[in-house]
Design a protein around this ligand. Structure first.
Ligand code: SF4
Ligand code: SF4
Length: 265
């Protein structure tokens, strides 16, 4: 996905934070730069970001995306992507969620906002494992670095509650990597299905019900009920479903008469 590559390229110019190494940072409403980082951003939304934002805003996926995101397609894979839309006609092009008191969706803010002032570069190894590196994104206007609070990357990730975000984002990364390795762009129909299964989860669960999808596949007992009961489970199933439809194999679900794939790649 070029945007991830571009992010990696951007991060490579930043100092790396080695495992166990400390950085000092604290952001709070008392800093002179409060909210200065929430404007004029190119902020790509991952499927898990959209899940959390939609829930925080109490909007159907379709309305949430129409109101707050622009849809793009990755040039190399054709995978659909969403970019948070800044308020273009307001001075400084602020994020639509920034208020004088701070982020109005703070408990459900996107993973990139949580990770800052670190940047996470993740890539898929040949065995399907994820290798991650962290970089310090030090910007001149950010006074958070004046603080005494020391963090390691692991402590920062835990404090910012990034575990679920990174787990879902890594799953997404594996999917994009697998598409990229085919060397072909998705067809329009495949891209539409990817958009449905990754970003439009309420329509996706409706689709699952309407076509009785679980009657047509082999899945673990109770999976259908779990998928229809939880958006997180629906997104997890969306990744499985896309792998099955795009590549013909998946570890967790299969077509009747065909075994689940033994390997993820
Ligand atoms: S610029 Fe840095 S310290 Fe200031 S509000 Fe943003 S993250 Fe916090
Ligand atoms: S979502 Fe919240 S933290 Fe992220 S840029 Fe917008 S206002 Fe800032």
């Amino acid at each position: 996905m070029p945007q991830i590559d571009a992010t990696e390229e951007f991060l490579r110019d930043m100092p790396e934070l080695a495992i166990g190494q400390n950085f000092r940072f604290r952001c709070h409403p008392g800093v002179s730069c409060f909210n200065a980082c929430c404007s004029d951003l190119t902020l790509m939304l991952t499927p898990f970001d959209v899940l959390r934002l939609r829930r925080a805003l109490g909007l159907p996926s379709r309305e949430c995306i129409a109101a707050y995101a622009d849809q793009l397609a990755a040039p190399d894979t054709g995978l659909p992507m969403l970019r948070l839309r800044m308020v273009e006609d307001a001075p400084g092009k602020p994020c639509p969620f920034v208020r004088a008191a701070g982020c109005s969706v703070y408990p459900d803010r996107p993973g990139a906002c949580r990770t800052y002032p670190l940047g996470r570069a993740a890539r898929v190894g040949d065995g399907g494992e994820i290798a991650e590196q962290f970089f310090i994104v030090r910007e001149d206007h950010c006074r958070g670095f004046d603080a005494d609070s020391p963090w390691t990357s692991a402590a920062w990730l835990a404090d910012q509650e990034l575990r679920a975000y990174n787990a879902a984002n890594d799953r997404y990364l594996r999917l994009t990597d697998r598409v990229r390795r085919t060397g072909a762009r998705l067809s329009a129909g495949q891209a539409n299905m990817a958009y449905l299964a990754l970003y439009n989860l309420d329509d996706f669960t409706r689709f699952i019900r309407d076509v009785r999808l679980f009657d047509k596949i082999v899945a673990a007992p109770g999976r259908a009920q779990a998928v229809l009961a939880s958006e997180e489970a629906a997104l997890e199933f969306g990744f499985d479903w896309l792998e099955l439809t795009l590549f013909g194999s998946n570890q967790a679900i299969s077509r009747p008469g065909k075994p689940c794939s033994a390997t993820p790649r």
